[in-house]
Design a protein around this ligand. Structure first.
Ligand code: FES
Ligand SMILES: [Fe+2]
Length: 365
C-alpha cells in the first residue's frame, strides 16, 4: 500500500478508498486505534450513586462502568468470568452484579462474591476470580476509558485541552446532559469524522449553520496533535437568544475534537453539546449528540436547538457521508487533491490532511 504524502509540487490527495471500504482495515483500526485511545463512556452525573452503571461499546468491546461504594467509577469488560455471558445492558442500578446465566455475583469492584454450588467444587477458589477492569479517567466530569493500560493519560494525549475548555466554558464542570439524540451515519467512521472536521462544505450545504450559528468567514480549525480546535464568531443573526454576561465567550463558537471519536462543541451562548461516534462496521457508524445545561436545569431552548440541529446540520451531513460512502465504492473514483491553504481558514482541508495522517500513523501505513 502506498503512503499518501505530498510531493514537493503536488498537493496531498484524499486517502485511498480501500481505507474506508475494506473490513480488514476496519479490524486493524479496532486494534491499532480503538484499543489504544481514549473513548467516551458517559457523563459522571449519569451514574451518580453507588451501584449505578452504564453499558457502552468501546471500539468492538462491550464495557460497562459502575460507581463503587466509595464513589469511584470503575469500568469493566461486560463479560462474566465464568462462561462469558454478558453481565448488564443499558443503564440502571445494582447493589451487586449478578450474571443472568448461572447467577455468579460480583461486587462493585469486580470481585466474585458468590458462585452457586462452588462450595462443593473441589479446589474452587472464588478469590482468584474477578472481572477484568479497564482504565478510566474523569475529564471535567466526562468519563473516558482506554483499553491500553500503557497509553498516555488524557492530559498528555490532548495537551492544553483541559485548560482551554475551562477557559472557554467556565461552567463546564457544572454542566449535565439533559437531552440526547441518536443517529446512524451510513458511512465509515472516518468519512463522518473528516466531514465533522472541515467547514469547506458549510456554505454549500449548511445554510442554517452558516447563517444562524457561525459567521463562516471566521471559521478555522487548528489541529494540535490528537485534538483539533475549531473556532468561529457567532452569526450576526444568531438563532440563539443568549445572555453574553453568562460567559466571556458567549458570542463565539468553538469545538474541541478529541481523536478518534469525540467532540466537545460549544454553540454561541455557552451551549455545550457533544458528539460521540461509535463505529460498528466498516460502513456503519452510530453516533449520538448530547446537550447540556448548568446543573441540569430544564431548558426548553436547549431541546429546541438540539432538534433544529438534528433536522438541519446533522441531517445534511448524514446525506453527505452516505453519498461519499457510496462514491468510495465507485470504480471511477481516484482520490482527488485536497484544498489546503497554508493560512488555513474556512476553505481549507488542512484538518482532513491532519486527520488522515493520524490514521495512517496509527495503523502503520
Ligand atoms: S456465564 Fe456468568 S454465571 Fe455462568
Ligand atoms: Fe457538515
Amino acid at each position: 500500500m502506498v503512503k499518501i504524502a505530498p510531493g514537493a509540487d503536488q498537493p496531498q490527495r484524499a486517502m485511498d478508498p480501500h481505507f474506508y471500504t475494506e473490513r480488514e482495515v476496519f479490524e486493524r483500526e479496532m486494534e491499532k486505534i480503538f484499543s489504544r485511545s481514549w473513548l467516551f463512556a458517559c457523563h459522571e452525573s449519569q451514574i451518580p450513586a453507588a451501584g449505578d452503571f452504564h453499558a457502552f461499546m468501546a471500539g468492538d468491546q462491550n464495557l460497562f462502568c459502575i460507581r463503587n461504594a466509595e464513589g469511584k467509577i470503575n469500568a469493566f469488560y461486560n463479560v462474566c468470568a465464568h462462561r462469558a455471558h454478558e453481565l448488564v445492558s443499558g443503564s440502571g442500578s445494582k447493589k451487586l452484579v449478578t450474571c443472568p446465566y448461572h447467577a455468579w455475583t460480583y461486587d462493585l469492584d469486580g470481585a466474585l462474591r458468590r458462585a452457586p454450588g462452588s462450595e462443593h467444587s473441589p479446589g474452587f477458589d472464588a478469590s482468584a476470580v474477578c472481572l477484568t477492569g479497564v482504565r478510566t479517567e474523569v475529564f471535567l466530569g466526562f468519563v473516558f476509558v482506554n483499553l491500553d493500560d500503557e497509553a498516555p493519560g488524557m492530559d498528555e494525549s490532548y495537551p492544553g485541552v483541559r485548560a482551554d475548555l475551562k477557559e472557554f466554558l467556565p461552567t463546564i464542570e457544572r454542566l449535565r446532559p439533559i437531552h440526547r439524540i441518536d443517529f446512524t451515519a451510513e458511512s465509515n467512521w472516518k468519512v463522518a469524522v473528516e466531514n465533522y472536521n472541515e467547514c469547506y462544505h458549510c456554505r454549500v450545504v449548511h445554510s442554517s449553520f452558516a447563517t444562524g450559528v457561525v459567521k463562516p468567514d471566521t471559521y478555522n480549525v487548528v489541529p494540535n496533535g490528537s485534538s483539533f480546535r475549531h473556532v468561529a464568531e457567532s452569526a450576526e443573526e444568531s438563532n440563539y437568544d443568549y445572555d453574553k454576561s453568562s460567559s466571556p465567550h458567549a458570542g463565539e463558537y468553538s469545538s474541541f475534537y478529541l481523536w478518534p471519536t469525540f467532540s466537545f462543541q460549544i454553540y454561541p451562548g455557552a451551549l455545550l453539546n457533544t458528539f460521540c461516534w461509535r463505529p460498528e462496521s466498516v460502513d456503519r457508524t452510530p453516533f449520538f449528540r448530547e446537550w447540556f445545561s448548568v446543573d441540569g436545569a430544564e431548558d426548553p431552548m436547549v431541546k429546541e436547538v438540539a432538534v433544529q440541529d438534528a433536522e438541519t446540520t446533522v441531517a445534511e451531513d448524514l446525506r453527505l457521508v452516505a453519498s461519499v460512502q457510496r462514491g468510495l465504492k465507485s470504480k471511477g473514483y481516484r482520490p482527488g487533491p485536497l484544498v489546503i491553504n497554508p493560512d488555513q481558514g474556512l476553505n481549507s482541508e488542512h484538518p482532513v490532511a491532519a486527520f488522515q495522517q493520524l490514521v495512517l500513523d496509527a495503523i502503520g501505513e
